[in-house]
Structures are given as structure tokens and as C-alpha cells.
Design a protein around this ligand. Structure first.
Ligand code: NAD
Length: 367
């Protein structure tokens, strides 16, 4: 049986609490399946700053380089918010990791179980069966990274700032491929989101995506949508989408909108895949909950561990090719929350509440 080598970076506040439970689940399923897990735990974010003077300590980066994937918690919180913006845990840890491993594809399942529709701000009649979509965001290109990026003073004394949106065909094609592969494992429908009525990069995006799908994935249903319409449609009828994919800034906004309509952050997982292959011939990836460090509930043992556990499942699927095992974990989480009705406070809605550990115990019983 293969050895799964990954780096564990729990981070701050609830990060270590939910990570402990995700590791228990992974250890449990590995023992049952005869898999060998080889993982080491390292500081990142505020913990990195406090113990090593750096949000992404060199030793942590080295550990990640020796690994096939990163299981990440979340970083940041009030303790470090007075630091200069560039030294803030999120910016100083996550951005360098994205850069170091060329994590170009952010995959966020937008999953809301039927039994949890009350967690969504949408009216229940709009989502009678919950929500099940995926948002894929290009993560290393576009306006966040394009050059020039400057602020200058004009001759008349006023200031002018410039950001540059840049995309190359190859960058568009590789994210289109991720969208296609994802759609193949689901409803085989892909909606590419752009602003081709205004932006040159979007004209190239739309043309490239159309040609790429015609060439490589003619059997998949491809549609295009302007980003302003996509934002409305997500709030109106999210399930009209299967796989939604888009460039960096649009994806930043749409994926957060999707997180909101899907209810609790405690249930939302994500994967960020890199360029090239790991030692399993699969993409290197960073797997993390969509939410943050939840300082308001940290230290009480009440955080919902599901997002972290589901992120671990995504790691098994994408970086280790263990799709069936990932699906078993996902099914166990679903059964625990819906059939068994085991709920942490964020998804309780009047039901009895369990703590972080009890939730993980219940999930393991269903494995
Ligand atoms: P947050 O996501 O931490 O919390 C928002 C709300 O969701 C809170 O009420 C919180 O209790 C709840 N919540 C989040 N995760 C939960 C869970 N697993 N179980 C139960 N409830 C949960 O957002 P915030 O309060 O704006 O940010 C807190 C800190 O996290 C900030 O420093 C922020 O910068 C950081 N952050 C980090 C990441 C990351 O590491 N990728 C992402 C977002 C925010």
C-alpha cells in the first residue's frame, strides 16, 4: 500500500482544534485501509510569527517541499492584526505558499445539504434540495499579479494608481482543463464566467475556453456568462450551475458569495492545485477550510471540524488519487449531519449541540 506524505500546517485559533480531528479521521481510515501516513506538523501564520519570527518559517516551507500535499488549517486573528499588511499572517503565509507551489487552481465545493437549508440566507423554496455546485477560481494570474502595478503622482498633483489584468492562453487552458475534469466527475456542465463585453482578457478567455472545449472536451456542455449576471444567478438559482469557473478576481468574489449562500463556513472545504505532479503522479495541492480562524469561538472545543475533514478528503482525492476513500469520508460527514442529526453550534438550529471532538467521533463511527 502506498505511503501518503503530507505537511500539516494547523495555524491559529481554531486551526489546531479542527486539524486534530481531521488527523484522527485520517489516521482511523488509514489504519482500516492499510495505508501508511507520513506527516509532520509545522507552524504557520501567527504561530510561525510567535515562534520563528515569520508567518511562513523556512523550516515549514522546507517540510512542504518534501511533501506531496499540504493540509492547511487557517491563519490570523486579533493577536497579529496590528502588524503591517505585508506581515499579516494570511498575506505572509498563504501568498508565498501559492507562489512557491504555483497553486493556480482553487476548487471550492458549494455544498449545502437539504437538511441544512436553514443555514442559507436564500429562501428555502429556491433551494428545496440544498445546493451542490463547484466554483473553480484561477489563482495565480489576472489583476492581482499583473504588472505594472503602481501608484504615481501626476503633473497636476493628483495620484493615479494602475493595476494590470493579464492572461495568457496557456494559463486559461490549464484552468479550463481543471474545470472539465471536475465536470466529468459530476453533472458534465461547465459555465465559464467572464466580462467579454468589456475586457480584452475576457475576450481571450472566452475564445480560448471555447476552442479548448471544442478540441478536448466536445462532449461536455459549455456555456458562458458575464460576471455581473453570474453574481445575480448565484443568488437567484444556484443549482442552475454545475461547475462554475472563472479568472482570479471574479472568482474571489463569486466563491465568497457561494460560501455565504451555502451557509456555515464550518462545512466549506477547498483545494488549491499546483502545476506539475507529485510523487504519486497527481497534482501537488494545498487543502484548507474556506473559513478563517474563528477567534470568537476558539479554545472552547465547539468549532465545526467538518470543513477540515472534508478538506482532508479532497487531499485524498486530488493529490493521492484515492477517490473512493474521499467519497467515503464525504458520505460519512453527510450521514452524521443529516441522518444522525449530529450538529455543532454553527449548524444546530435548535438541535442539541455537540463539540468538535464528538462531531469527529460521530463521523468516524459512520466510516
Ligand atoms: P472566520 O471565517 O474566521 O469567522 C466568521 C464566522 O464564521 C465566525 O462567527 C466564526 O465563528 C464562524 N466560523 C468559521 N469557521 C467555523 C467553524 N469551523 N465552526 C464554527 N463556526 C465557524 O472569519 P473572520 O472572523 O472574518 O476572520 C478571523 C481571522 O481568520 C482573521 O484574522 C482573518 O484574516 C482570518 N482568515 C484566515 C483565512 C485563511 O487562513 N485562509 C481565511 C479567512 C479569514
Amino acid at each position: 500500500m502506498p505511503t501518503l506524505t503530507f505537511a500539516v500546517l494547523p495555524g491559529d485559533y481554531i486551526g489546531p482544534e479542527v486539524m486534530t480531528e481531521a488527523l484522527r479521521v485520517l489516521d482511523y481510515i488509514a489504519a482500516k485501509e492499510g495505508l501508511t501516513l507520513s506527516y509532520a506538523i509545522a507552524d504557520v501564520g501567527g504561530a510561525g510569527i510567535d515562534r520563528h519570527g515569520k508567518a511562513l518559517p523556512d523550516s515549514t516551507l522546507e517540510l512542504c517541499r518534501r511533501s506531496d500535499a499540504i493540509l492547511f488549517g487557517s491563519v490570523g486573528g486579533p493577536k497579529w492584526e496590528k502588524l503591517p499588511p505585508n506581515d499579516q499572517p494570511e498575506r505572509a503565509a498563504l501568498l508565498p505558499l501559492r507562489k512557491a507551489f504555483s497553486l493556480f487552481a482553487n476548487i471550492r465545493p458549494g455544498l449545502l445539504y437539504k437538511d441544512l437549508v436553514d443555514a442559507s440566507p436564500l429562501k428555502a423554496e429556491r433551494i428545496p434540495n440544498g445546493i451542490d455546485i463547484v466554483c473553480i477560481r484561477e489563482l495565480t494570474g489576472g489583476i492581482y499579479f499583473g504588472q505594472p502595478k503602481t501608484t504615481t503622482t501626476l503633473e497636476n498633483g493628483e495620484q493615479q494608481a494602475i493595476d494590470t489584468m493579464v492572461y495568457k492562453t496557456s494559463e486559461i487552458e490549464r484552468i479550463a482543463e481543471v474545470a472539465a475534469v471536475t465536470a466529468r466527475s459530476r453533472g458534465r456542465r461547465v459555465c465559464s464566467v467572464d466580462k467579454a463585453n468589456v475586457l480584452e482578457t475576457s475576450v481571450l478567455w472566452r475564445r480560448t475556453v471555447t476552442e479548448y472545449f471544442a478540441r478536448k472536451h466536445p462532449d461536455l456542455a459549455l456555456t458562458h456568462m458575464y460576471v455581473d449576471n453570474a453574481a445575480m444567478q448565484l443568488a437567484r438559482d444556484p443549482n442552475q450551475f454545475d461547475v462554475l469557473f472563472t479568472e482570479n478576481m471574479f472568482g474571489d468574489i463569486l466563491s465568497d458569495e457561494m460560501a455565504v449562500i451555502c451557509g456555515s463556513l464550518g462545512m466549506m472545504s477547498s483545494a488549491s492545485l499546483g502545476v506539475g505532479s507529485n510523487s504519486h503522479g497527481r497534482p501537488f495541492g494545498l487543502y484548507e477550510p474556506a473559513g478563517g480562524t474563528a477567534p470568537d469561538i476558539a479554545g472552547q472545543g465547539v468549532a465545526n471540524p467538518c470543513a477540515q475533514i472534508l478538506s482532508a478528503a479532497l487531499m485524498l482525492r486530488y493529490s493521492f488519487g484515492l477517490d473512493a476513500l474521499a467519497s467515503r469520508i464525504e458520505a460519512a460527514v453527510r450521514k452524521t449531519v443529516t441522518v444522525d442529526g449530529v450538529r455543532t453550534g454553527d449548524i444546530a438550529f435548535g438541535r442539541p449541540r455537540v463539540g468538535t471532538r464528538e462531531m469527529a467521533d460521530a463521523i468516524m463511527r459512520n466510516l
